[in-house]
Design a protein around this ligand. Sequence first.
Ligand code: AMP
Ligand code: MG
Length: 338
Amino acid sequence: MSVLGIETTAHTASIGVVDDSARVLALASDVYRPAAGGIHPREAANHHAEAFPMLLDRLYTEGKLVPEEIEGVAFSQGPGLGPCLRTGATVARVLSLAWNRPLLPVNHCIAHIEIARVLSRMDDPILLYASGGNTQVVAYSHGRYRVLGETLDIGVGNFLDKLAITLGGTFPGGPLIEKWGESGKELFELPYSVHGMDLSFSGLLTAAIAAHRAGVSREDLSYSVEVTAFSMLCEVLERGLAHLGKREVVLGGGVAANKMLRSMVEKMAAPRGVKVFAPPPQLCVDNGAMIAWTGLLSLRHNLQAEVEESPVLPRQRTDHVDVPWRHGGKTSEPGALD
Ligand code: AMP
Ligand code: MG
């Protein structure tokens, strides 16, 4: 069995094809890069509309996409930017109708967990999902994936992107902050903002911009924001591990490519005997393969949608989605947290 997945929650237009052993048979992506500033949702959606014919054509010509072998068409239903989601959903609906294959709506955050879970062969990990728009610590409990903690304002990736642009860089800013931070020598004190299990980055952004204007070097500032922001993530992740007694961590989202973040998570986890896994970079960032794999799990549990009933859900919550493959085939298992 193989399923095709379409990803368009934000800046990335991507198509993946995955088989039932989670082998990635095809993956092609194209990223919208704004000339200046952050993502404009409508412009990103226009980019995706132009990218898909090209991506489909490329995979088809390379022989990696064989329509007769595709058994379902999955797409990111949410959360994400409305115009971008609608573009991807339209492509998926067209392919589903043209090929007469089931249409499979997928939650984007759950897709990050499921691809990491199958690649790592971990059974029940906690996910640290650190991307542009999302920052969450997520784990399975009582029938659903639960959000244990999350950002109260912007995602950690957006925070790094906005700061990098102020420091003279362009989108995506995370890799630039990482590069500048490697030459940082001094740790500059910045607001550390953890509220219970939740986090906040907007005050940190304001303080970092003020420090830049006051003359703190780009290198020291980049190093200092990484140490501060990633310590916040590690604190929430560690508390989640301690409360739930979980033994495994997976990382997801583009920020998980950051070497300092990975090494801080590993240092936190090692004394607890907790295993850490991060997918390879092309499966850590937004990609169609993770949507395809989660669509395949959905197809096994008959979670296909009719085209007329396949809306995009820009604010869909991870904990509103049933994951029957995690609880023995039942579509719901109300638990203490429901
Ligand atoms: P995603 O939304 O999951 O596709 O990830 C994109 C986000 O990851 C953007 O905000 C990037 O700036 C950020 N990012 C990518 N690579 C790195 C890196 N090496 N360090 C920090 N952030 C990164
Ligand atoms: Mg993502």
